[in-house]
Design a protein around this ligand. Structure first.
Ligand SMILES: *[C@@H]1O[C@H](CO)[C@@H](O)[C@H](O)[C@H]1NC(C)=O
Length: 183
């Protein structure tokens, strides 16, 4: 009865990615919501030095977005805050032996769907405005500093959606099977 065998421990790579990426994203949220103080020449820029380079690559993060009064960067940061709360709830539930792992995985699955769809929206937003925030880059900086780091937020959540989705599917099918058996 392979379908009824359920994983009882969360996958380590999933817990690791959820934890590390949530901390990184909190740093990002800080940068976005503290603008302009977090930016180059801002009084808190020392906390976000690496962003001085990134802001040149992605104008969503640079003075251009501030000048245009473009709210997208801040809007997605507010969503990120909610996502971080759900993410850390998943990590807590999945690593707590008292909690049913299936329930934890439902929370993690929902968070990963949110991340995936938000990151795709981030790319589409730029694509649909003629790549106006990234078009100025040469190919090498675009790939190294934009496609790879941002791509990670599509690839990992996509694999997590698949892994947790598969787990949830087998649990749901398992419970149906046992209901039928009982009847
Ligand atoms: C939440 O978790 C996903 C993994 O599913 C991760 O990619 C993302 O960075 C996390 N989001 C936030 C806002 O912490």
């Amino acid at each position: 009865m392979a379908a009824l065998i359920k994983q009882t421990k969360p996958a380590k790579w999933i817990i690791l990615w959820f934890t590390v990426s949530s901390l990184l994203v909190l740093w990002d949220v800080g940068y976005c919501l503290m603008r302009p103080h977090s930016m180059f020449n801002g009084k808190y820029n020392w906390l976000w030095r690496p962003y001085n380079l990134y802001a040149k690559v992605d104008h969503f993060y640079g003075p251009e977005a501030i000048a245009a009064n473009d709210g997208f960067t801040a809007a997605q940061s507010w969503l990120n805050l909610i996502e971080t709360i759900i993410n850390l709830t998943y990590v807590k539930m999945a690593t707590d032996k008292q909690t049913n792992l299936g329930v934890a995985n439902l929370v993690g699955f929902s968070a990963a769907v949110m991340t995936l769809s938000k990151t795709v929206l981030y790319w589409l937003n730029d694509a649909c405005s003629g790549w106006s925030h990234t078009r100025h880059n040469d190919l090498q900086s675009l790939i190294l500093l934009w496609v790879i780091p941002n791509g990670a937020w599509i690839v990992f959540p996509a694999f997590i959606v698949l892994a947790l989705g598969k787990d949830l599917k087998s649990r749901l099918q398992g419970s149906t099977a046992s209901t039928i058996k009982v009847e």
